[in-house]
Ligand binder design. Structure first.
Ligand SMILES: CC(C)[C@H](C(=O)O)[C@@H](O)C(=O)O
Length: 484
């Protein structure tokens, strides 16, 4: 195996090895990948979803077609979806779409294009493959935002859409049994993310579904309008970046630290029109929830990757992304003098049950020593199920307390209605929106200027541990400060 190898030192404590194009793949087990760009998106940020799973048995050989040359899992999935036996990066192929997801921000536009191009009376290609999830601007009195949800409802009724997770009563989300919340978490929760499939969504974070071993990417509303009518899309097969994460995960790190490390390495545009494949002992297992049969897909031993990045996770330190870009990486401890005004735990990247369990575990350690949060701390569960978990699952080691009890005792705000409005500003009455030029530590996905509301607001992206530690001090804080 010959490789061009150029070690890069990215922090004083972590050596990352980057190997460039033309290399043979390692035989480590592929676990997740995310594809983080589409032709119609200028900026993309990649994310990793924290996953835990039963031990997987020995890696299976290719499951797709007769393999002449080694293929990556992305190439294999797209080969299946385009009914070809072999594909290489750069080829343009018509892909059959397994799932198309849209939400309240982009659904109305996509439906409008579909009707304009295919006719007022046209029917979507498959009423069981379109998943419609209102989640962005829901709990607001903004009339245009409310109208968007009405447009989704009318379309789904007219088209007899099976998976429309509606909300009719915004006064109490619990009065809406169908309502889920943040689309990316809801997709997985409801079993729409399946290994080997192609999932497209009108949201740039759709690539998080790659954690389930599928090809997932955001698309624009014009593309979505086309998919609605045909069930197909013309895609260029992307080259793959491979990320090998090995080493035992220290107990002060969470998945957010891993992806901040990676984005800091490759930049927010570093995976534009590229697939990202995550392998290695740290990320080698995942959980799936679906009633539809599936077969996992793995890269071949001889698959070709554009580059490979290797990380020794045991040497990573808690990270933040400083204002105003997710790739503005810094060690949390380097920002200890940054005074903050608030903390936000929520969104597709930081509002899952595991994220709240992590924050609760952290608060639990501390409030037994009489520590309470020093700044307003907002908790926004990603979905209705996450909200219920917060109120029902006992936190290990707490003597039976739930996350919600621990959060209350720590002085946090009451967990809010599931949605992702404040992560990207939202209408002015959105809960936890930054209406003032404040400084926030947030588990959300982006920190561009104005992202959470005020254009002079400053957002430090961080893991739930770092967010909880910062809430307790009122400064950006490395969680290890509390663990010693
Ligand atoms: C509203 C939507 C188009 C947008 C995106 O796709 O990125 C949003 O989800 C975000 O996180 O900024």
């Amino acid at each position: 195996m010959t490789m061009a190898s150029s070690p890069v030192v990215v922090s004083s404590s972590l050596v990352v090895e980057k190997k460039d194009a033309g290399l043979s793949a390692f035989r480590s087990q592929a676990a997740t990948f995310a594809f983080s760009a589409s032709a119609s998106k200028k900026r993309a940020s990649a994310k990793i979803v924290s996953v835990m799973a039963p031990q997987q048995s020995e890696r299976k050989p290719s499951t797709t077609g007769a393999v002449k040359t080694g293929m990556t899992m992305t190439e294999k999935i797209l080969a299946r979806a385009s009914e070809k036996s072999q594909l290489s990066p750069g080829e343009n192929v018509w892909v059959n779409v397994d799932i198309l997801m849209t939400h309240d921000v982009c659904g109305p536009g996509a439906f409008g294009i579909f009707k304009k191009e295919f006719g007022e009376n046209a029917k979507v290609w498959d009423s069981e493959k379109l998943v419609v999830i209102p989640d962005h601007y829901i709990f607001t009195n903004d009339e245009r935002a409310n109208r968007n949800v009405d447009i989704l409802r009318d379309f789904c009724t007219e088209q007899n859409i099976k998976y429309f997770y509606d909300i009719k009563d915004i006064g109490d989300f619990r009065a809406n049994p169908d309502y889920k919340g943040v689309c990316h978490v809801a997709l997985a929760q409801e079993g729409h993310c399946r290994p080997g499939e192609v999932l497209l969504g009108t949201d740039s974070h759709t690539c998080t579904a790659g954690a389930f071993g599928q090809f997932a990417t955001g698309i624009g509303i014009t593309d979505a309008g086309f998919v609605l009518g045909t069930g197909k899309l013309l895609l260029k097969v992307p080259p793959t970046l491979r990320f090998v994460m090995d080493g035992e995960m220290p107990d002060y790190l969470l998945a957010k630290d891993l992806i901040l490390q990676i984005i800091g390495e490759i930049s927010v545009a570093g995976a534009t029109y590229k697939a990202m494949e995550f392998v290695g002992s740290t990320v080698e297992s995942l959980t799936d929830k679906t009633s539809v049969p599936y077969e996992p897909v793995y890269s071949d031993g001889q698959a070709r990757f554009l580059s490979e990045y290797r990380f020794d996770v045991s040497k990573l330190e808690p990270l933040v992304a400083k204002p105003h870009s997710p790739d503005n990486r810094a060690l949390a401890r380097e920002c200890k003098d940054v005074k903050i005004d608030r903390v936000y735990i929520g969104s597709c990247t930081g509002g899952k049950t595991e994220d709240f369990m992590a924050a609760a575990k952290f608060f639990l350690l501390r409030y037994e020593m009489g520590k309470k949060v020093k700044v307003p701390t907002f908790l926004v569960p990603a979905t209705q199920k996450v909200w219920m978990d917060i109120y029902s699952i006992p936190v290990p080691g707490s003597g039976g307390k739930t996350c919600s009890q621990i959060f209350e005792e720590a002085g946090c705000d009451t967990p809010a209605s599931p949605n992702c409005g404040a992560c990207l500003g939202g209408p002015r009455d959105t809960y936890a929106r930054m209406n003032e030029p404040q400084v926030c530590v947030s588990t959300t996905n982006r920190n561009f200027p104005g992202r959470m509301g005020h254009k002079e607001g400053q957002i430090y992206l961080a893991s739930p541990y770092t967010a909880a530690a910062s809430a307790l001090t009122g400064f950006v804080t490395d969680p290890r400060e509390f663990l010693q």
